[in-house]
Design a protein around this ligand. Sequence first.
Ligand code: FES
Length: 242
Amino acid sequence: MPTATLRIRRLNPDASPQPYWQDFQVEWGQGDAVLAALHAIQESQDGSLAYRYSCRGAICGSCAMRINGQAALACKTQLARLDTTKPIVLEPLLNSPVIKDLVVDQGPFFASLCSVMPWLDPGGRDPREPYTLDGLMGRNDRDQFQRSTDCIMCQSCFSDCPKRGQAPRFIGPAACLAAFKRIHHPQTPDATERLRQVCGPGGIFDCDRHANCVKVCPKDCRPMRAIVFLQRQAKEAGVAPE
Ligand code: FES
């Protein structure tokens, strides 16, 4: 069987505050993802290796990590698609404190998501009432709305957003995407007020359009496109900052 070297950035804060690199050799076969290699290491080489996963099917978003310098889902990244003649470099996501090895504290990410109040508040209407998107938005907005519903909150875009790294007040791409969904939902009664709220400091106008979020999103949700649409909408509605 072919072999691959996984070079993993490790941290065990109980033992030392210093991270270090450790290489592991694994055998792999067709169809094996990076997550399978991590399981093999944990089962037969080092049971203390820490990483998150749940569904193994690119649905739950918990196995996101940096693979060869870019955020990706370990369960979706096939070893056959990587250059296994070189070490495969695995690191924890950026822009969040590391708890252990490849596990980060998701608190800052979920705090940014909650700041846009992404839940549905139908404002007294019966949320079971059927609704349609027809006629409510143009084709592009509608396409973006449907993409925004595909977000699995894996935190990849939040990790690889350089603006979030430079300016932690920026809520980040996933929160902006959630705001887009909230604002465009046909049952949202206060869309303009919601739009005004994401125009303030740390909101949609803090985006520098690096587009890393579009590159790394495993579900092709295109968060930066949602941000550009919201910026345009805010200008048309007269709620954009001067
Ligand atoms: Fe659920 Fe990878 S384990 S997305």
